[in-house]
Design a protein around this ligand. Structure first.
Ligand code: HQG
Length: 185
């Protein structure tokens, strides 16, 4: 499979494992899981035939490990990023003292006023390092990297989760826990 095809399949899987499972007749189980056979049958029935080998290749090749198989290989899920209601059964964890969030300049005034909000996702997504945050922010143009006082927010009672692929999740980040603002904001 070439990169273009892998990206196309990855986007198709993201769409249905995170946002629109019902569009191809799927219901996510607790944890966000669906049966692998059920998924492949649903994809085929809706015009996107994917072989098990191709699925395995997309899961293994995803730069951000977007998807994961269950230990026995019979089920698959998106690791995070859902917009449908799903209980991902994540375990609260203690975050590193500082986390990062990459965003776009246009969002900064609203973020300075309201803090980071989860927008259409289930959580605010935070990165463990600046480089990752830069990549996330660069999806929307020239990235701005904000620092998050995760230790302070955690001490104040916010619950943090670490998703299977190193992304940190939290409900919201009020503005007073954000730093590294570019001048002029
Ligand atoms: C911004 C991708 C205005 C926020 C990435 C972001 C990540 C606000 C956008 C993952 C705001 C939401 C998540 C506020 C936050 N006012 N704008 N109060 N609070 N924003 O895509 O963090 O490819 O939902 O800064 O790599 O960009 O999907 O979140 O720009 O890991 O696997 O609102 O998605 O991974 O955008 O990205 P998103 P995100 P995947």
């Amino acid at each position: 499979m070439d990169t273009k095809q892998a990206t196309r399949l990855s986007k198709y899987l993201s769409l249905h494992l995170r946002h629109k499972p019902a569009a191809i007749g799927l219901t996510l189980q607790d944890g966000g899981w669906v049966g692998v056979e059920e998924l492949l049958a649903a994809c085929a029935a809706h015009g996107t035939a994917i072989s098990l080998d191709e699925l395995t290749e997309v899961v293994a090749g995803s730069d951000k490990q977007r998807f994961a198989f269950s230990e026995d290989g019979t089920r698959i899920r998106a690791q995070q990023g859902h917009s449908v209601e799903v209980d991902l059964q994540l375990t609260p964890a203690t975050p590193p003292a500082v986390l990062y969030h990459g965003t776009a300049p246009a969002a900064l005034p609203a973020i300075k006023r309201d803090g980071l909000q989860k927008m259409s996702r289930h959580h605010v997504h935070l990165s463990p390092d600046e480089e990752t945050a830069r990549r996330v922010g660069a999806r929307r143009g020239q990235p701005i990297i904000l620092m998050v006082d995760a230790a302070g927010l955690h001490a104040a009672g916010s619950v943090f989760y670490e998703s299977g692929n190193g992304v940190w999740l939290v409900d919201a980040v009020p503005p007073q826990y954000l730093g590294n603002w570019p001048s002029g904001i």
